[in-house]
Design a protein around this ligand. Structure first.
Ligand code: THU
Length: 130
């Protein structure tokens, strides 16, 4: 990916973050997922009074993409906080279902980011028992 493609995805994740529903943690997260089709799907974290029902931004974006028929992905950008945050374990596992992809971890504002591959964040992932 080029630097401008990465920053475009970061910008969309930062915009999606503004729709976060996070009254319990106060920690707003946005995500932007680039499909191989070229389309980008966004998501924000959606919290719940029953904390375990919370959906992270990455999984919200993934569910949107899957619901539109996408199955192959190039990259996901996540935007939150003052320092780049990496996806939680559940999100790593959920994304790994659909193969490897670039993971761009960005701050809530500005152009700071860290670039990883999902396979480095979740090595030896369990993907299928078949
Ligand atoms: N959160 C995400 O949306 N993505 C992550 O990868 C880490 C955590 C959300 C869940 C919860 O709403 C808030 O951040 C605090 O954990």
């Amino acid at each position: 990916m080029t630097e401008s493609e990465i920053l475009k995805l970061v910008e969309l994740a930062q915009k999606a973050r503004l729709y976060s529903y996070s009254p319990y943690s106060g920690f707003a997260v946005g995500a932007a997922l680039l499909a191989e089709s070229g389309k980008i799907y966004t998501g924000a974290n959606c919290e719940n009074a029953s904390f375990g029902a919370t959906i992270c931004a990455e999984r919200a974006a993934l569910a949107s993409a899957i619901s539109a028929g996408e199955r192959c992905f190039t990259a996901i950008a996540v935007a939150a906080g003052d320092k780049p945050v990496t996806p939680c374990g559940i999100c790593r596992q959920t994304l790994a279902e659909f193969g490897d992809m670039a993971v761009i971890c960005a701050t809530a504002e500005g152009n700071e980011y860290k670039l990883f591959f999902l396979s480095s964040l979740l090595p030896e992932a369990f993907t299928s028992y078949k």
